[in-house]
Structures are given as structure tokens and as C-alpha cells.
Design a protein around this ligand. Structure first.
Ligand code: HSE
Length: 298
């Protein structure tokens, strides 16, 4: 009565889709073991050194698990062992990976499985503990993989978008945590109509590009006029990274989620590796610890 799962990191927003787009990476990710226990409660065990809360009410995985136990009136609970491969505050969906992973794992242990929409609901409850907001652009791709569009939140309406062959992502993660909660507070609540029009065009273009495997259209659409200019200051050398990625042949580059990770999408593995080399050159002498990962998007 236990299960081990790998829950992937994710890139939210993907430049043109603030709060409505997300995609799943191959690596890094969290590894979690969820075990049934006799009492209807949750125990959290951390195998990493991030000092994340062990109080289930304060823990993203714990909160999601408690919500399931309460709603389904289970007479058993779960011991959740978490080995975080994703640094908290890294902008690649660290909290969402744990929240989604635990829901996915618990679902395998239930007598009557939850629907996908119910799993999404509980993963968002967990994610809320970390970010203070109900956004699904990390939990949805972490849970169902690929590239996901969140069409609406009231009620949650999402769909998986086809991924063209040979779409890759290179992600640099500076180890200077930014809390999503803080990165949301810096945002202005109003946008210019002209910017909104541009963003709509790019989002529509990106989705159309994915459906038709039109890499030129994907590339032209990977632009963020709303959020990136406000958050770029939070990331050391953001514009140098972006320029290096584009010069190395990336289709587009931007902030992953609320940062500080910066991603580049590429056509083909060799481009993704060339971008990795270029990003490395920007950061290697800065004195900021970082890691760079390359993933095929599936
Ligand atoms: N869409 C969210 C944000 C994702 O950018 O604030 C956070 O990971």
C-alpha cells in the first residue's frame, strides 16, 4: 500500500500566457513515496535539506492530502516522504510538483479513483499554501504532462495542447529563491489596452503554432509585454541570458513562472544544448550558484 512517484518541474506562463499556460519538463523533479497509514492523518518526512514545513497544514503536499482525507471521509491517512529535486522558489513549479505528485500518488491508492478535474482541484489546494493564489499553470502540466492551456478558472477549464515533435526547453535556475507570493505582489493590477492586444495576439499565435507545428509562428509569439518588463529586475542578468539564448538559436526566451529561472524553447536537441552553453557563459563568472537543465517537451 505504497507508491513512489516522480513529479516534474514545470514552466508556467511560457511568456505569452501569464497564469494560463504551462508545460512539463523531463527534469528536474521531486521524488515522493506515499504510504497508507491506519489513522486519518498526514505525516510528512523530508529527505532534503530545504527546511520545508512538516506541519501538514503548512505543507503543500500535506494540505492537498488532508483535503482529500476530509472530503472523502477516509478512515486512513498517508505518510508522505518527499525528496525535492526542485529547489523551492526556483520558478519551475517546486510547490506544484509536490502538490501534484502527492495527489497523483494518493489517487493510485484510493479504492475509487478521483477524476482528473478532482485531482486538479486538490493539487491547486496544495499549491495555494505556497503561492497564496489559485493558479493551475504549474499543477496542470505537472499532473497531466505536456503543454496545458487554462482557458478559465471559474470553473476550471483546461486543455492539453499538441506538442510538435522536436520541441525542447533549456532552463537556467539561479539559486536565489524568489517567492511567487512576492513576485505577484510587484505586478500592477491594470494593463494598457495596446499591451493586452499584443499579448492576446501572441497567445493565440503560440497556440496556433503548436497545433500546426509552425516553429516560425511559435517563435514570433514567444513574447511577453505584460509581466516580463515588471519582473526582469528580480533576475540577475536577465536580458543578457535572453539575448544569449536567442543568439544561440532559441525560438524564444523568458522568465519561467515567477522566476528566477529563465527558459528558452528550441527546435531540436542540438539547439537546446547550444543554448545551454550560451547561458552557462553568461553565468559562469557571476558567483551565483545555478544549474541548467535540458528537457524534451512531450
Ligand atoms: N503564473 C504564476 C505567476 C506562476 O507567474 O505568478 C507561478 O509559478
Amino acid at each position: 500500500d505504497q507508491i513512489k512517484v516522480f513529479s516534474p518541474g514545470t514552466i508556467a506562463n511560457v511568456s505569452c500566457g501569464f497564469d494560463v499556460l504551462g508545460l512539463a519538463l523531463e527534469t528536474p523533479g521531486d521524488v515522493m513515496v506515499v504510504k497508507k497509514i491506519d489513522a486519518p492523518l498526514v505525516q510528512i518526512i523530508h529527505l532534503d535539506a530545504y527546511n520545508l514545513p512538516t506541519d501538514p497544514e503548512q505543507n503543500v503536499a500535506g494540505k492537498a492530502a488532508l483535503a482529500i482525507i476530509d472530503d472523502l471521509k477516509l478512515d486512513y491517512g498517508f505518510e508522505i516522504t518527499i525528496d525535492k529535486g526542485i529547489h523551492p522558489g526556483s520558478g519551475i513549479g517546486s510547490s506544484s510538483a509536490s502538490a501534484s505528485g502527492v495527489v497523483f500518488a494518493i489517487n493510485q491508492l484510493l479504492d475509487t479513483p478521483l477524476s482528473e478535474a478532482q485531482q486538479m482541484h486538490y493539487a491547486m489546494i496544495g499549491e495555494y499554501v505556497a503561492s497564496g493564489s489559485y493558479h493551475a499553470d504549474n499543477v496542470a502540466p505537472a499532473l497531466i504532462g505536456g503543454i496545458v492551456l487554462i482557458r478559465g478558472y471559474g470553473p476550471l477549464d483546461y486543455l492539453k495542447i499538441p506538442v510538435p515533435n522536436e520541441l525542447w526547453a533549456t532552463v537556467i535556475t539561479p539559486k536565489i529563491p524568489i517567492r511567487t507570493f512576492d513576485a505577484r505582489r510587484v505586478l500592477k493590477s491594470k494593463v494598457l489596452l495596446t499591451d493586452a492586444i499584443q499579448q492576446c495576439g501572441n497567445l493565440a499565435g503560440f497556440i496556433a503554432g503548436l497545433y500546426t507545428a509552425n516553429f516560425g509562428l511559435i517563435s514570433r509569439s514567444l513574447v511577453d509585454v505584460l509581466i516580463e518588463p515588471q519582473r526582469a529586475v528580480l533576475i540577475p542578468e536577465f536580458y543578457a541570458l535572453k539575448q544569449a539564448a536567442l543568439e544561440a538559436g532559441a525560438l524564444g526566451s523568458g522568465i519561467s513562472g515567477s522566476g528566477p529561472s529563465v527558459f528558452a524553447l528550441c527546435q531540436g536537441e542540438s539547439k537546446a544544448i547550444a543554448v545551454k552553453t550560451a547561458l552557462n557563459e553568461v553565468y559562469q563568472d557571476l558567483g551565483i550558484p545555478y544549474e541548467i537543465n535540458v528537457s524534451k517537451i512531450n
